[in-house]
Design a protein around this ligand. Structure first.
Ligand SMILES: NC(=O)C1=CN([C@@H]2O[C@H](COP(=O)(O)OP(=O)(O)OC[C@H]3O[C@@H](n4cnc5c(N)ncnc54)[C@H](OP(=O)(O)O)[C@@H]3O)[C@@H](O)[C@H]2O)C=CC1
Ligand SMILES: CC(C)(CO)C(=O)C(=O)O
Length: 307
C-alpha cells in the first residue's frame, strides 16, 4: 500500500516506521519536508525504518501534525489525495468533521481543512498510545494500547477492513469501532480538563489529582462535557471519579499539553476546549467550568507566546 504520513513526529514517526518496516511504501513528511528514515525504540529494541518518496496520490494519508498546524498543512496535501485515498487523522481533540453539517470554527477557522479533505474519504481514529521524540528523527514508543479506527457514520466497509489489516500487520494494534465519534469524545472527556489545568499549574498529574479544588473543577468540567456528549450522540457511561482514578494510576507524568508548554510550542487548546464549547453554545448548553478553564488557559497561552 502507498502510504503518506504527514507529521512524522512522535506519533506519526512511530506509525510511519512500523508501516515501512512491515513492507509498505511509506513517505514521511515533516515541517522540514520528506525524511529518509526514523529510528524507533520500543521495548528496549531499536529499529531503523527507511522511507520512500512519491509524487502522486497515496492510498492512505495519515495526518499526525498538531491540531494547531492542520489548517495550514491541509491545503498543501492536494497532490497526495485522489478519489481513492483514505484520510486518517491521528490527532487529539475534536476533529473538524465531528458534527455533520456543522463546521467547527475553533479547529478549522476558515474551512481550509474541510476543503482539503473530501469528507467521505475521512475516517476517525483515536490514538491510545504515547510516544516521544528523543531527537529530531528518533522516536521512543512509551506505551501502546490501541489505535481505535472507524468510519465516521459507524458503518463497516471494505476500506475500513483493509486499513485495519494494514495497521494490524504493522503491529499497530487497530481496534475497530462502530462508533468512533463516541470513542473520540470519551478520550476528550478524559483529557480536556486535566491537560489545560496542567498547562496552567505546570505540574504532574498526580499532584493535580491530589488537589481537592482541582478535582472539583475537573469534575464540573467533565460533567459539562458529558452533557454535551449526550446531546450529540456521544454519551459517557462512566463516572468522572473513576476516569480520574485511571489517570492517577499513571503516576507523576506530564500531559502532552504541559510538555508543549515547556517546549514553547503552541498548545492544542482549541481542539480540546474551543471545539466542545462551540458545540455546546450552538445547543444552548451552558459550560461555566469549561469556559473559565478555556479563558485562563487561552490568556496564559497568548501571554506566553504559545498560540
Ligand atoms: N505524542 C503522544 O504520545 C500523543 C500525541 N497525540 C496527538 O497526536 C498529534 C501529533 O502529536 P505528536 O506526534 O506528539 O507531535 P510532534 O510535534 O511530535 O509531531 C508533529 C509533526 O508534525 C510535523 N509538521 C509540522 N508542520 C508540518 C508541515 N507543514 N508539514 C508536514 N509536517 C509538519 C512536525 O515536523 P518536524 O519533525 O519538522 O517538527 C512533526 O514531525 C497531536 O494531536 C497529539 O495531541 C495523541 C496521543 C499521544
Ligand atoms: C492526560 C492524557 C494522558 C489522557 O488522560 C492525555 O491524553 C495527554 O497527555 O494528552
Amino acid at each position: 500500500m502507498r502510504i503518506c504520513v504527514v507529521g512524522a513526529g512522535a506519533i506519526g514517526g512511530w506509525v510511519a516506521a512500523r508501516l515501512a518496516l512491515a513492507g509498505n511504501k511509506v513517505m514521511a513528511l515533516t515541517s522540514r519536508g520528506p525524511i529518509d528514515g526514523i529510528s524507533i525504540e520500543q521495548a528496549g529494541e531499536v529499529q531503523v525504518a527507511t522511507f520512500d518518496r512519491f509524487d502522486g496520490p497515496a492510498d492512505l494519508l495519515i495526518v499526525a501534525v498538531k491540531a494547531t498546524d492542520l489548517p495550514s498543512v491541509a491545503p498543501t496535501l492536494g497532490k497526495h489525495i485522489s478519489s481513492g485515498t483514505v484520510v486518517l487523522p491521528m490527532l487529539n481533540g475534536v476533529p473538524w468533521w465531528f458534527v455533520d453539517g456543522e463546521p467547527l470554527r475553533a479547529v478549522d477557522p476558515d474551512g481550509a481543512i474541510a476543503r482539503a479533505f473530501p469528507v467521505n474519504q475521512v475516517m476517525g481514529c483515536v490514538v491510545h498510545a504515547t510516544c516521544s521524540r528523543t531527537a529530531l528523527d528518533c522516536v521512543r514508543v512509551n506505551f501502546v494500547d490501541k489505535l481505535i479506527i472507524g468510519e465516521r457514520d459507524g458503518s463497516s466497509s471494505v476500506r475500513l477492513a483493509r486499513i485495519e489489516g494494514v495497521l494490524a500487520d504493522a503491529g499497530l494494534r487497530p481496534d475497530l469501532t462502530g462508533n468512533v465519534r463516541r470513542a473520540i469524545w470519551y478520550k476528550l472527556w478524559g483529557n480536556a480538563t486535566i491537560n489545560p489545568l496542567s498547562a496552567l499549574v505546570r505540574t504532574t498529574c498526580d499532584r493535580i489529582l491530589a488537589d481537592p479544588e482541582c478535582r472539583a473543577w475537573m469534575l464540573e468540567g467533565m460533567g459539562e462535557l458529558a452533557a454535551v456528549g449526550a446531546a450529540i450522540g456521544c454519551p459517557i457511561g462512566e463516572r468522572g471519579e473513576d476516569r480520574m482514578a485511571v489517570t492517577a494510576k499513571l503516576g507523576a507524568f506530564k500531559t502532552s499539553m504541559l510538555q508543549d508548554v515547556e517546549a514553547g510550542r503552541p498548545i492544542e487548546l482549541e481542539a480540546l476546549l474551543g471545539a466542545p464549547r462551540e458545540i455546546a453554545q450552538r445547543r444552548d448548553i451552558v459550560t461555566p467550568a469549561l469556559d473559565r478553564l478555556y479563558a485562563v488557559t487561552r490568556l496564559m497561552a497568548e501571554s506566553s507566546g504559545l498560540t
